[in-house]
Design a protein around this ligand. Structure first.
Ligand code: MLT
Length: 389
């Protein structure tokens, strides 16, 4: 090191107490698509979700990939480009038809992404990311239809915006007219959440070994499938249903009963956030506007009022506030998507965009011809006595 070079800034002191804590809080890289702060929650390239919530989904995809919102001309060209890429090989549908219906929709997605790769990968990270983001709606809608036995997949319509095309391909009978707009909002709110959430971390780690985008995203979706991560939204709706009332006094009594019998309260708290998650706040506003009389939405709104003061009685709880899952299932149910088994699939439908954008950023990192190095953290040996003679 020359005399003029300053020592790198110390970001984090690692002690033995940090081992086996799930890397919580360890800075391990940089992220260009989004940031999560304890106070603000997630921002996408500096924009808050309050600012982005009314944009077309395609604009926000463009933002994550290009780090700026598109001009009207760029937006038009990008929409057309995504629509052009959205058809998938019929061999994928044939393979999905052979999957056991008892498999969870996320297991179908994990398989489906690998099938998309087998039938359509180019090997170029940017190109594959775009194709995958464009094709994920077609794949997810086909999983819904084939697994539920609703009939053959419905082909994409190039004249429709991203979220309306998805609603069209789902073909839900009797859906609420606001379903397409709820899907647009759900998509935007779930797209990205910094670099350290489990699925994003896993997807980037797998891609660091130079696996293709599809295999990396499939691994990321396996991470999202877990009940501590994306599957929490499915369990959260079961919890809201189990309350069985929307009157705040009754809800409070029920929550206290659940907690005193050792049960869990779902949809509250977060690893990083120390305020109400803005993704929850925006969804509550949508629910109060469109479904003010829906019993489950009213229950979720009552839980928002009742649970934080109860959780604050426990000084160990750092964040007693609602998170992204608190009301999402109640809204989806009110809009016509009533089966909670599919909620993590919808989370994956959206999160693929953020993870794919972050994979592209790491594989095409400025100044690194071959992208960032393969992930290779260190584990300290434990309980392994020397056995040399
Ligand atoms: C997410 O959106 O991925 C969840 O909030 C989980 C997380 O950030 O760790």
């Amino acid at each position: 090191m020359s005399e003029t070079t300053t020592a790198p800034k110390v970001l984090f002191e690692i002690t033995e107490a940090h081992l086996n804590t799930g890397l919580r809080g360890f800075p391990i890289g940089t992220c260009r698509t989004s940031a999560v702060s304890p106070e603000l929650g997630v921002t996408y390239v500096g924009w808050t979700l309050e600012q982005l919530q009314n944009h077309p989904a395609e604009d926000v995809i463009y933002l994550l990939l290009h780090k700026e919102l598109p001009t009207p001309e760029q937006a038009k060209a990008f929409k057309a480009d995504l629509a052009r890429r959205s058809a998938i090989d019929p061999a994928v549908f044939d393979a999905l038809r052979a999957l056991p219906p008892q498999g969870h929709p996320m297991e179908w997605l994990i398989v489906g992404l690998v099938l998309l790769g087998m039938t359509g990968k180019t090997g170029d990270y940017h190109e594959d990311a775009l194709n995958c983001i464009a094709r994920i709606s077609t794949l997810v809608a086909a999983i819904y239809r084939l697994r539920e036995g609703w009939g053959d997949p419905i082909g994409p319509r190039h004249d429709l915006p991203f979220h309306e095309n998805f609603a069209h391909m789902l073909g839900i009978e009797g859906a609420h007219p606001v379903l397409p707009d709820l899907l647009r909002l759900f998509y935007i709110l779930h797209m990205d959440h910094g670099g350290g959430n489990l699925s994003t971390f896993v997807g980037k780690a797998v891609a660091s070994g130079k696996a293709d985008v599809y295999a990396s995203l499939s691994a990321a979706m396996a991470a999202l499938y877990g009940p501590r991560h994306g599957r929490a939204n499915q369990e959260c709706l079961e919890f809201v249903k189990s309350i069985g009332a929307s009157d705040p006094d009754k809800v409070e009594r029920r929550v206290r009963e659940i907690l005193s019998s050792g049960g869990l309260v779902y949809g509250f708290g977060h690893a990083v956030l120390r305020q109400e998650d803005p993704r929850a706040k925006i969804q509550y506003a949508f629910g109060e506007k469109h479904f003010p009389d829906h019993e489950l939405v009213k229950t979720a709104v009552a839980l928002r009022q009742v649970v934080p003061p109860i959780l604050k009685e426990n000084p160990k709880i750092q964040n007693p506030y609602p998170n992204v899952d608190a009301v999402s299932g109640s809204l989806l149910t009110a809009a016509g998507l009533t089966d909670p088994e599919y909620y993590t699939l919808l989370f994956g439908w959206s999160r693929v965009a953020g993870i794919a954008a972050q994979i592209v950023d790491e594989r095409h990192y400025p100044g690194k011809k071959d992208g960032l190095p393969i992930y290779r953290p260190k584990y300290i040996a434990e309980g392994q006595p020397a056995r040399r003679p």
